[in-house]
Ligand binder design. Structure first.
Ligand SMILES: *Cc1c(COP(=O)(O)O)cnc(C)c1O
Length: 369
């Protein structure tokens, strides 16, 4: 491209985010009437009916600007999760909060950010965009975490250490005691960011989540999202709990209207909709057990998961399975962008969808043998 010299040289190698394929794309490409998407860890039950009512109710208000900083939602969240309101930041997805954190605290070309390799791509991308050095620490061979290895890369210039709990794409989950201990051992000016995007799906959350005891520590940020358990991925809304001094400056630099009016109202309703939460939890819990059992019986190596997805290594080439499933109208996630060419990730769907996945997988494996 002739005009590349006009672009910052440190971002020339950025590639578009590799998202799960969309249903519309696949319908068109393979001329299919029905397509099943189990690729982006979306809610198997869809959008809560109560949330849909709220969105309709507020449709005639969208000519108004939302209130900056989503104060109603911050107030409600403070009550719901028992944290001070001035420690809460609401964002356009937790993605926006990750981006804001990278801008507000670390100094470009001076500070570094430590992440596992592989990990959620947004951490590394936003760090690079903000001119920060990213130190990548390999996961253990079984994709579990070594906090000792993480700590060995930390120094006085480390602004953030990121962990994802449960981890994406492996599903690996680590206990909160280990996380608090890691936080204690960081240098004074380093923060531990714990991305709990999938924590809602965990059994015995009290053993794994940092949120309830968050105040015990002065250097932990917890990220949560409405995209998964609450089924609001398309509306873009998430939140973080962080020390009040950091929340203060994060809110000062945030674009005032990045969280839209419908998203804030939908999130308020989603917090009230206990029935949808319960139904989602039960579906994911039972179907996770079902899928794990069936995948194992098809000779797949299944990684333990506490999230609403399962990573596995099929007995034949992952790419072959992916393409054959696609031609049959089932979208799963390849993990090349995570450097895991032998593995696939499937989101847990409704019972009938998971059965369909397993039946198709069985047929594919029988024909290639
Ligand atoms: C899905 C996901 C999120 C949530 O992102 P949103 O921007 O809130 O939709 C955050 N972190 C990880 C690791 C995820 O997989």
């Amino acid at each position: 491209m002739a005009q590349e010299h006009q672009i910052r040289s440190d971002i020339l190698d950025f590639k578009p985010y590799s998202a799960g394929l969309s249903i519309a794309e696949i319908k068109k490409k393979y001329n299919l009437k029905q397509v099943l998407k189990l690729a982006s860890n979306e809610n198997p039950l869809g959008t809560s009916p109560l949330v849909q009512q709220t969105i309709k109710k507020y449709a005639d208000c969208v000519f108004r600007y939302p209130r900056p900083g989503s104060p109603d939602l911050r107030e409600q969240l403070a009550k719901t999760i028992s944290v001070p309101q001035d420690c809460l930041v609401v964002g356009n997805g937790s993605d926006e909060i990750i981006d804001l954190l990278m801008r507000v605290k670390p100094k470009p070309r001076e500070n570094n950010v430590i992440i596992f390799e592989p990990s959620f791509s947004i951490y590394g991308l936003q760090a690079k965009l903000c001119g920060l050095e990213t130190r990548r620490v390999p996961l253990n061979h079984d994709l579990s975490f070594s906090f000792e290895k993480l700590l060995s890369r930390v120094d006085q210039n480390t602004s953030f250490v990121f962990i994802t709990n449960p981890d994406n794409p492996s599903g690996y989950t680590v206990k909160k005691d280990d996380i608090f201990y890691l936080a204690e051992r960081l240098p004074k000016n380093s923060l531990l960011i714990v991305d709990e995007a999938y924590m809602d799906f965990v059994e015995e959350k009290e053993i794994y989540s940092c949120l309830a005891d968050w105040a015990q520590s002065s250097n932990i940020v917890v990220l949560r999202t409405f995209s998964k358990m609450y089924g609001l991925a398309g509306l873009r809304i998430g939140y973080a709990v962080m020390p009040s001094w950091l929340a203060d400056f994060t809110l000062r630099i945030k674009l005032p209207f990045s969280v839209n009016l419908l998203a804030e109202q939908a999130a308020l309703t989603a917090l009230q909709d206990k029935e949808f939460y319960r139904a989602t939890w039960e579906t994911v819990y039972h179907q996770r057990h079902y899928l794990q059992k069936e995948l194992k019986s098809l000779n797949c190596q299944v990684y333990p998961s506490q999230a609403n997805f399962i990573m596995f290594r099929p007995p034949i080439e992952a790419k072959t399975i992916f393409e054959k499933l696609l031609a049959r109208g089932i979208i799963v996630r390849t993990l090349e962008s995570y450097g895991l060419n032998q593995h696939l990730r499937v989101s847990i769907g409704m019972e009938s969808e998971n059965k369909q996945l397993i039946e198709n997988l069985r047929e594919i494996l029988q024909t290639v043998d």
